[in-house]
Design a protein. Structure first.
Lengths: 599, 290
């Protein structure tokens, strides 16, 4: 008996008309025509002595690329159960270059031979049972699948061939946690068992001359099977203690063991680049094991009502070994050890001003070696030290206005890659004014900069967001402007390795620029209890290395009928254009007619 | 104002009596609060025993005697606002919720003076998980922001609109479509430093992208040590596959300053992954060719 529930169900039909590059539309929106359950909402309370609340949310069921279902049942303080299912479909078939240019042998590799069309489905179930005031059991199950079609390429005898690669991946995880509470101290023990399976096979859909028809290499058939499994176990113990008022201490340790196994076989027949018959028939296997240890310690101490001390200590160790016997007799080792510490103070300086600041330190040692023939050589060592400082200032100038400034700076010695930062700075300002009668203004400015002193790498991102809105009983209007400016540059002097064409250097200058402007508008008007009108606009303009424009306009009208029934008509148009070429451009019109019932 | 029958001095022994006293002046038992877990706990003797407090208004707001005696004068009770320190607010909440969020004081949120009640409405009646104080959409439906992106993301967007806009890039994680939410990747109650530690930086991503997690005999070192962010912009990007560059060769040459000699014959627009097909890692080829 639902003694107190409210909800909504809305079903209908979507009409879709696409003009232009349908494959690009599939990458972006992928909405198809057909009948749909657009939304189902249920919120029920007072369900009897065993259940306090039940909620159910379903969105876009019946063939949409993104479907979600969330169920939550709970008896406060006794038990809870939740289940979530999300399905998302992904499509990619990007020419990058027009067909006539992609066919040019000089630009053959500038096209992208990879395509995919797959569904990712994720099911998550969680159950928590407090079987005594002090003890609780948590069980979680997660299943994740990725299935569909894709294409990839392989270099066979100095030519590229395009292969079919069906996708059939799965991930299953069981998590069991036990919590016991002594009042001031809580202990959590948790076990995670994970199994991953990848049924990977690559095959030629038919005989092929390869991407370069002028060379001798051909393939009559080719199979490459490499199914893999990964089994992982994670053991975690965690203690949270409040030994005295104002003190909180947390210590956690996890040990992770993971093992990958794969058996592989390759078979192929054709002609090699020398003109001689090509005969591939090899089998082998690969195995990778790693152990990881993770230790975290955190403390916070409220010195008084206006000052707190926070700190943390972390240590991670990762040891991995792998070996393979197929066309190579290979072996590899990765050891990564990281130790980090943080210490900070947070203060309520006055009734209106907060100030915090702290320091970070991190030391990282990486050891790595790999071989494809013979014994493993000496380990290469990379050590990086990181010092950082952060501060944040908040000012509640009045009940209506708040200003917040956050700054971070970091310095890294000997960064790992040529684009890893040796220096990083971040500044963020946020101001908000909440006026009377639902009026607000909000402004955020963020500047990030990274640079690598050794390589000359520089990257900057500037982000500005300005928003305003007004909300009254019958209408809601919000408008915003966002700017995202990104620059990345490096003048890379590239050296060619010894061998064919070796011993040369050439400059590869890189300057990536992206300037994105977004203008969004959202309006809702409800002139009376039976009528709702809404409109959204999102205008997106990207300039720089990849220029494009997109207009996304939406509007809907909803009319309430008698006894909770309603009818809704919605319309959306999307206009996408790229600056350099027009082969990806499309216009889409989407209309949805739906009926619903609200209770 | 409290009348004489509920002034201090009365022998208040139950949570219900305390609530009744407060209700003399404050609207605390509207149609919503009765659904709130905090209200439910008021009547749950087992929970009251567990947390060691007589669960009622005073469990969070503190002793109310001075407040009642002064006829509700400001500063006589913890009001979670006004002159109250954000640290006091956090302490009041974590005195019961320490198990769930023991490290909240060490987060960037706390450092910026953000307290629990800035994101959570502890008196709320809505069905939003965790009593999130998402923007209230009332009865509006259709292409509503909250319905689309979920309560958690809507709450984050209230302060992080600059980040939210990045999901409007032509390539973006499907947050707008409701498939993921901010808290699938970010834990707002945990320090950020942990996820930045080497060898584990990709863990946030491989929760969903498990097929990119390996382990592999031949790892792409940038991914193993620096994480997925070495090549990808996770929120959104104008570029394919959320890459940091539209031109793939520019991305790869940013790090790789030494290549085999025959690479000089490739044009600058070349797709490196047409040959290096297993760029995230390979069990068979150190150059990620298969």
């Amino acid at each position: 008996q639902l003694s107190d529930s409210d909800g909504l169900i809305r079903i209908g039909y979507r009409f879709v008309d696409i003009d232009g590059a349908e494959r690009k539309y599939r990458e972006d929106l992928n909405l198809d025509e057909g009948a749909r359950l657009f939304e189902l909402r249920l919120d029920a309370t007072d369900l009897g002595s065993a259940l306090d609340r039940a909620t159910l949310d379903i969105d876009n069921y019946g063939g949409d690329p993104f479907e979600t279902l969330r169920l939550d049942l709970r008896k406060h303080g006794s038990w809870n159960f939740s289940y979530q299912r999300t399905k998302s479909a992904y499509f990619y078939d990007d020419l990058i270059l027009p067909v006539e240019q992609a066919g040019d042998p000089a630009l053959a590799l500038a096209g992208d031979f990879h395509t995919f069309d797959f569904d990712r489905v994720r099911d998550t179930a969680k159950f928590g049972l407090r079987f005594s005031p002090r003890a609780k059991l948590d069980v979680g199950l997660e299943r994740w699948t990725k299935r569909g079609e894709s294409t990839t390429t392989l270099d066979i005898s100095r030519d590229e061939f395009e292969f079919d690669q069906p996708i059939d991946d799965s991930f299953d995880q069981l998590r069991v946690g036990f919590t016991y509470d002594w009042g001031k101290t809580t202990l959590v023990l948790e076990e995670r068992i994970t199994e991953q399976e990848y049924d990977v096979s690559i095959f030629l859909p038919g005989a092929s001359l390869g991407e370069d028809p002028n060379d001798a290499t051909t393939l009559d058939f080719f199979f490459f099977d490499r199914p893999a499994t990964v089994d992982s176990n994670t053991h975690t113990a965690r203690i949270v203690s409040r030994p005295a008022d104002r003190w909180t201490i947390r210590a956690a340790a996890s040990v992770i063991e993971s093992e990958l196994d794969t058996d592989a076989s390759q078979e192929g027949r054709g002609t090699a680049f020398t003109g001689q018959p090509l005969d591939i028939d090899i089998e082998g296997d690969a195995r990778v094991e790693y152990d990881a240890e993770v230790f975290d310690f955190d403390l916070s101490y409220l010195i008084n009502e206006r000052l707190a001390l926070v700190g943390g200590l972390r240590r991670h160790a990762f040891d991995q070994q792998g070996d393979v016997q197929l066309n190579v007799d290979g072996e590899s080792v990765w050891d990564v050890e990281t130790t980090g510490a943080e210490l900070g103070l947070e203060a309520q300086l006055t009734a209106t001003v907060t100030l915090s600041g702290g320091v970070r330190y991190e030391s990282r040692d990486v050891e790595h070696a790999q071989t494809t023939s013979g014994p493993l050589g000496e380990l290469e060592e990379y050590s990086t030290d990181h010092d950082g400082f952060w501060t944040s200032l908040g000012w509640n100038a009045s009940k209506q206005f708040r200003l917040e400034v956050t700054a971070e700076t970091s310095s890294y010695d000997d960064p790992f890659t040529l684009t890893s930062p040796s220096d990083r700075e971040r500044l963020r300002l946020h101001a908000r004014w909440n006026g009377d009668q639902g009026v607000y203004f909000d402004a955020i400015a963020v500047a990030n900069s990274w640079e690598n002193d050794d390589s000359g790498w520089e990257a900057d991102t500037e982000n500005l967001s300005l928003r305003a809105g007004v909300r009254r009983d019958t209408f809601d209007l919000r408008v915003g402007y966002t700017m995202v400016e990104t620059d990345r540059s490096i003048d890379q002097l590239v050296t060619t390795l010894p061998g064919f064409g070796g011993g040369q250097t050439f400059l590869f200058p890189t300057l990536y620029e992206s300037g994105a402007d977004f203008i969004d508008l959202r309006a809702r008007w409800r002139p009376n209890d039976r009528l709702q009108l809404g409109a959204d606009a999102l205008l997106y303009d990207n300039t720089g290395s990849f220029g494009l424009e997109r207009e996304d306009l939406r509007a809907y009208v909803q009319v309430g009928l008698l006894d909770g029934y309603l009818v809704q008509l919605a319309y959306r148009t999307v206009d996408y254009t790229e600056e350099a070429q027009s082969f990806d451009d499309y216009e889409a019109e989407i209309a949805e007619l739906s009926v619903g019932y609200r209770w | 104002q409290a009348d004489e029958s509920t002034t201090p001095g009365a022998d208040l022994t139950s949570a219900a009596e305390i609530v009744e006293t407060c209700a003399g002046c404050h609207e605390i038992d509207g149609p919503g609060y009765a659904k709130n877990p905090h209200a439910v706990f008021n009547t749950d003797a087992q929970l009251a025993a567990h947390y060691g407090v007589e669960s009622s208004c005073t469990a969070c707001h503190g002793d109310f005697e001075a407040h009642v005696e002064s006829a509700g004068e400001d500063g006589t009770i913890l009001a979670f606002g006004g002159d109250d320190s954000f640290l006091t607010t956090i302490e009041a909440c974590t005195s019961c919720h320490a198990d769930a969020h023991p490290r909240f004081l060490a987060t960037g949120h706390a450092a910026a003076g953000v307290a629990c009640t800035d994101c959570h409405d502890i008196h709320a009646s809505g069905s939003a998980p965790g009593l999130l104080s998402m923007p209230d959409e009332g009865d509006l439906i259709g292409w509503d922001q909250v319905a689309e992106i979920g309560a958690a993301s809507a709450t984050c967007a209230d302060c992080h609109s600059a980040v939210m806009a990045q999901f409007d890039f032509n390539e973006a994680h499907r947050l707008r479509e409701g498939v993921i939410s901010c808290i699938d990747c970010h834990d707002p109650h945990a320090p950020q430093a942990r996820v930045r530690l080497a060898a584990f930086k990709q863990d946030q991503c491989t929760t969903c992208h498990a097929d990119k997690s390996g382990p592999w005999v031949f790892e792409h070192g940038a991914q193993r040590v620096e994480g997925c962010g070495a090549c990808h912009s996770p929120h959104g990007s104008p570029n394919r596959h959320l890459l940091a560059f539209q031109n793939q060769a520019e991305l790869c040459y940013s790090c790789h300053a030494a290549v085999p000699g025959f690479h000089t014959r490739f044009v600058a627009e070349s797709q490196c992954t047409n040959c290096h097909v297993t760029i995230h890692g390979s069990n068979f080829d150190p150059a990620f060719l298969e």
